[in-house]
Structure formats: structure tokens, C-alpha cells
Design a protein around this ligand. Sequence first.
Ligand SMILES: Cc1cc2nc3c(=O)[nH]c(=O)nc-3n(C[C@H](O)[C@H](O)[C@H](O)COP(=O)(O)OP(=O)(O)OC[C@H]3O[C@@H](n4cnc5c(N)ncnc54)[C@H](O)[C@@H]3O)c2cc1C
Length: 415
Amino acid sequence: MTIADELGRAIGADHVQALRGAAAAWLVSPGAPPEVAEIVRIGNRHRIALVPVGTGSRPTRSAADAPRVQVQTRRMDHIVHLDETSLLVHVQAGITGLALEKILVPRGLTIGDYPPSVLMSTIGGILAVRTPGKSSARHGFFEDAVCGVSAVLADGRTIHTRVAPRRSTGPDLARALCGSEGTLGFITGAVLRIHKKPEARFVAAYALPSIDAAVGAVYLALREEAAPSGVRIYDAAEADAHFTGSSVPPPRLADGEALVVAATAGPTDLATCDRDLIASAVTAMGGRAADARLAELWWKRIHAGEPTPAPGPVLQVTATPATLRAVYREIVEAARRTGARARAYISRFDADGAVVFFSFAGDASAEEVRAATETAAEEAGGWLLGARATKLDPYLDALRAELDPLGIMNPAGLA
Ligand SMILES: Cc1cc2nc3c(=O)[nH]c(=O)nc-3n(C[C@H](O)[C@H](O)[C@H](O)COP(=O)(O)OP(=O)(O)OC[C@H]3O[C@@H](n4cnc5c(N)ncnc54)[C@H](O)[C@@H]3O)c2cc1C
């Protein structure tokens, strides 16, 4: 029997599509976790690469000329169980965050304050790729919502990491699967913690004397345990670029000043308390209230489909609270030395850091600006977004070799 026949027998020929290319390759759509397990066993027998595909927002990195089976999860899009008392939902990996939210919201529930752009992805894809964008200051990183993961290992065995009731059960293996890009296991489902839809939401805008003061104010509030659902800092040039020509007059900041927009949500008392914590942190750092419509527009752009000025930023740098200011300063300065003008906003705040999003203008060549600013970012202690820390690779390699001795599980993943 050919591989195509075996795949067809496992999941139905209608769900197996041969892909054009130099090497034998198929796109398959299993309808349930046992079918994924069967596909993995076939891959194992034939030593053929298995590449999970969610919505496919990130094109597969496997070489186009390498034999492979691309296993897409889109048919596995069911809610297995919704427990409205425990606020837990058990979903299959192929459901998108938005589809899940559509079911939760009418019940007064929500996955949390994650940007809709994140929720367009499948839950499997979101968990398989851990990035700073998948976090909310209020609800933490997306993987913090994970109470358990089901996955198929390279030999076709299925594991479920959720052990309930919660007790001391050794290492949390779900953590290893999150961010493993399908190299340690094919995620077929997850149990996620969900939330009540917030009773109140407030937005506010503030002008701060400098980026340093703005960063100081945000971390002062976070250290006081404020839990905003979103915060963003714009430098003066970025605020101009974002609000000039919009329905709201731009904040008219002096050069060097910064705009902070913040949203808080939850039970009214808590949302008010978070808002007040941020306001007093702003005052402590020498800031003042600005036009709240700026914050309303910011929130609508992220969460209600209001168009955001294009083009988007070209450089994204993650930095810790301690290095954030230096990263911003050094990159602006490096761009200036090439003859470019940098502008930036800072977003995705959590206790561990934030991401600075830069755009550049001027006549300098884009390559020269990129080289200079990327070097400056690294020298100032920042991480270019997408750069993976490789320090733990020996541990990871040992895990991969143990779990997947034939190297069939998304071999190009985590490259
Ligand atoms: C290294 C990397 C960095 C990225 N950085 C960002 C970022 O900073 N911000 C951002 O918004 N987006 C980022 N993305 C895009 C990211 O792909 C999407 O944000 C989202 O996670 C993908 O969801 P998806 O459903 O489209 O999955 P896909 O794009 O189809 O798949 C993404 C990756 O996850 C694997 N995968 C998918 N489903 C499963 C599953 N069920 N089990 C195991 N593995 C699976 C795929 O093989 C692939 O490696 C990044 C992607 C990668 C690979």
C-alpha cells in the first residue's frame, strides 16, 4: 500500500490531498485526535516529516523539496466541554480563538484580553508558538491559561497533561509542549481557563514629560499590582503619525514627551482601582491627563477593527523593564546616525518586559538602517522579535532525540 493509500485509509481519501513539488508531499485534514495519532504512526513507519498546520498564518518552514505530510487541524474545531462553574473550556486544537470567543461571549464569558489579531489563529497554533504578542497585562501569557494539553507523540502515543484535582504531580509537561512548534508533540486539544466578561471597562490617556517617565509610570503601576487590560506608550513622533488625520486631534506633544494610553477592565471597583493606580503613577512621574478620546481610538483600533495607519512598524525589539529605556534611546540614536528618523511605540507590557515597535523615515537606505538599529538593539540588551534563546538547546535536543528519534516531528520547527 502507498503512503497516500495508508493516509486515505486512516482519515478518508477526501481528506488527503497530494501537493505539487519536487518531493512526495500531502496535505491531510484529520477530523479527530485518534486520526492524528494514526497519521503520526504512518509518518513514523515511513520516516516522513509531519508538519502541523493551524490557520497557516506562518508558512511552513520545511523545505519545499522534502517529503512531508502537512497535517492541518481545521476540522478539529470543536468545543469538547464548557464548564461554566469552574470557568474552564476544553477545546480541540483547530478551533480559532475568535470562533471560541463567539461561543463564549453570548454566555457572558471570554478567553481574555488578547488582541483579536492573536485570536485569529488556532488554539493549537497559538500554544505551539509562544510569542510576547500572546499576552495581556491582565491575564498573562496565553499559555498561563492552559490547565492541560493533549498531544500525540512521535510514536503515536497520546498524552493528556491535565491531572485533576490539582495536586503535586511532578513537572508540568504542558509547559514543554507550549512553544515547541510541534517538535515535541502534535497538540490535539487543550483545557483553558476562561473569564467572566468584564462588567466595566475604562480607558484613559496621559502626557508624560519623557519616554523614561512614561516607562517609569507604567512599571510603577504594574509593581503596585495594577492589572490593565492594555497599555501603550507612544513617543511624540509616533503619536503624531497615529493620530494626525484621525477622528481625534493629535495630542500635540513637545519633542521628547510621550503619550500613554491605558485600559482597565473587570468588576467596576477593580477596574476603577486599576485606573486610579495608573493615574497616580503618572502623576508621580510628572504626567498629566490627556484627551481620553485618544485612548478610545487606540482601543477601537486594536479591538474593534478601526483601521490603523499603515505601514506598520519594521523593527520589533523585546526588552526587560531595566533595559527598555536604553533600547529605545540607542535605537533612535543609531537610526539618527544613518540619517533616518525613528519613531516608536511600546506595547505588550508584562512584569518581564515589553516590546518596542519602530518605524523609520528619511533618505537612508533601509538595509543600512536595519543593520545599524539591529546592532544597537542587541548591544543595548534587547532581543529582536523572533530571535529564539538558544542557551537551552542541548536540553531541548536531548528531549527531541528521546521523544522523536527518527526526527519526523516538524523537523524544521524551532530552527
Ligand atoms: C518562530 C515564530 C515566531 C512568530 N512570532 C510571532 C509574533 O511575534 N507575533 C505574532 O502575532 N505571530 C507570530 N508568529 C506567527 C504565528 O504563527 C501565529 O501568531 C500563530 O501562533 C500561528 O497560529 P496558526 O493557527 O496560524 O498556526 P500556523 O501558522 O499554521 O503554525 C504555526 C507553527 O505552529 C505549529 N503548529 C500549528 N498547529 C499546531 C498543533 N496543533 N500542534 C503542534 N504544532 C502546531 C506549526 O507547525 C508552525 O510551526 C510566529 C510564528 C513562528 C513560527
